[in-house]
Structure formats: structure tokens, C-alpha cells
Design a protein around this ligand. Sequence first.
Ligand code: PLP
Length: 387
Amino acid sequence: MDRFVSKRVADTPPSGLRKFFDIAAEMRDVISLGIGEPDFVTPRPIIRAGQRALARGETHYTSNSGTFELRDAISRYLNRLYAVDYDPANEILVTVGVSEAMNLTMTALLDPGDEVIVPEPCFVAYQATIEFAGGVVVNVPTFMDDGFAVSAETIEAAITPKTKAIFIGYPCNPTGAVLTYQQMLDIADLAIKHDLVVISDEIYGRLIYNDIEHICFASLPGMKDRTVLLNGFSKSHAMTGWRVGYVCAHADLLFAMRKVHQYIMMSAPTIAQFAAFTALEVADDDVEVMRQDYDRRRRLIVDGFNTLGLDCFEPKGAFYAFPSIQRTGMTSDEFCMRFLHEYEVAMIPGNAFGASGAGYARAAYATAYDKIEEALNRLESFMRQYG
Ligand SMILES: Cc1ncc(COP(=O)(O)O)c(C=O)c1O
């Protein structure tokens, strides 16, 4: 029956992560550094808000845009954290996670053949979302020597008359890179010069270390109107399963996105919207406790990789380490397959995140400290055998 599948979908390979999750799921003693999901349960006050909403009978659709209370809370939150000013009435849309927000953005922005510049290695869904919407991905590589930060020069060299947008995601999954203020300003200048939209996935904005402050792309001078800001609760508030996020953009763009959202989704889950409201209002301390815990694990894993001979860039945000595995002489796939089959530790081959991820592997440190210690013990044995 595959003759019925559209060419667009048939041509898109399944996510390179799936294979490893499927194998790991069959194993008994596996330590997963594979999945990019907090191991914390959603903080209690947020869960209780969801329970209360359910008990009150909040079981209906909300407004397509999301409850006004949540949009208003998002507006105040973004203003408090990043000094950006979004109108809850027509510049904020509540979505089914950043996943849906990306989808709406691409569907609303792209005509067939429009090009989107995407630095890689990057989150696996960026490419597929652009292609499903009929767009063309123009990847630009980033390198460990540059801290996996994309430069404005590399982006400018990739611009053509068909370029419509630049899609960045910092802090970066899978590298943990962040951009400096100057690097962001250079990209902003480019966007203005070439009249492009910047799509900025800031889902890891609260998970940032070494006293670095997250800068919201929309807060750069002249950038609010040409930035599409994607954000959500999955990572910062350990709310992956609630499926709630949001997109903020100029009212004209948001109007188009809302139209798509209306037809494909109606509204984001109602209970989750009430929980998300509470997340923004009262959960700052919980976010900070989780961030500090990730930071401890980050230092452990990065030191561990470097000590064992796998050069590892120090991630500045998110919860991923991205060591080079070139020292083993294996490809990323071989390394991850052997480490999984022989030592029962799941990591993801770097090339699953783009061609320039070849020679690297991603380890998520959203796993308990003692499990990371055990994974490093197993890596020590692995390196003795193969290093
Ligand atoms: C960079 C990035 N963006 C977006 C998402 C999707 O998040 P959500 O759960 O909000 O759909 C993920 C999830 O792993 C991610 O890593």
C-alpha cells in the first residue's frame, strides 16, 4: 500500500533516534542517555492546578488562541524574563507543544520552494517540519572549534533569492551551544538587510549555565516584528506529556498561524493550559532546583567524557553533551551500536542531527546522577577495549 503515501512524506527518513530507543526498550539493564526528556516529574503545584481544573469540569475546548489568562501570563512572563512586549490578544497563540508551533510557523510562512536556512547539527524535527510544509532546507554546518555557534557570514553565504527565513535554536539540542549577544546581533542585521524572518526556538532558554543569561531573539533592536518566537513548558517545567507550548509573532503572522491551528487542532489541551498558567505564576523555584541539578550532572558528564579521551565541548545550555568519538576510530553509528549492545548504554549518533554531527554522539544528562556515574564506568571499560 505504500504506493498511496505522498512522495513528500515517503522521502523523509524516520528519525535517527527511534532505532536506538527501540533497541534500548528491549534491554534489561540499559542506561538511557538517549531521550531528551526531563527525568523529573512535573512540579507538584502544577500537577495540582491540572487536577483542580479537571475536578472543576474544565473539559471543553478553549478559545482557539488558548485561554486569555494563559496568554496574559505568557505575556507577563516574557516581559519579566526578557523585557519583550507581546500583546496577549493578537501576538500569542497557545499550541500543542513547540512541535505544533513549528508546524504552524512553517505552514503559515512557506510557499513551495521557499528556502529556510538551518544551522546543524540541530533538533531532528526542524528539517522534516520544513519539508512537510513544502519548503526547502538549506543546512549550514557548525563546528566544535567555534563552540557550535553559527556565524552570520556562513548564513549570508547560504542566502539566495528564495530564502525566507533563518531557523535557529539556542541553547542548542544536541550541542548545548548558545550564541553571544554579538553573534545574535550579527544575525539580526542580516535578517534586516535581506528582509528575512528569524524563527527562534527557545525551548531550552531556562536551562542555561555558568551565569550566562538567555537573550530572547525578539528583544534585539528591530527584531520583534520579524522574529517568530517558539517556546514551551516541556523542558523548563518538566511537562513533556502535557503537550503545551506557544508561539509569539507579529499579529499578521500570528493571524495566519491561528488559521492553520483552528483547522488542524482547535485548541491546545485545556487541562494542560490551566497547569501551564500555574507553571508561569508559581514554579520559578522548581525550575531553578531542576536547573541546578542538571548543572551538577552536566559537570560530571563533561568531565567524564574529557577524562576518558572523548573531547567534549562544554555545553552552556539545554541538557545534552556532544562529545567527539573520533578517538575510537568508529563512525557515530558504530560507536553507539557497540556501546548499546555491549555495554547497555544508549547514546544517539551525532549524524542523526545533521551531517556535521558525524564523529560525535549525543548524551542527554536528564538522567539521575548515579546512572550517569555508572554510564561513565561502562564507558571507561569500553574505552579500555576500543579507545
Ligand atoms: C529543540 C527542541 N525544540 C522543540 C522540541 C519539542 O518540544 P515540545 O514537547 O514542546 O513539542 C524539542 C523536544 O525535544 C526540542 O529539543
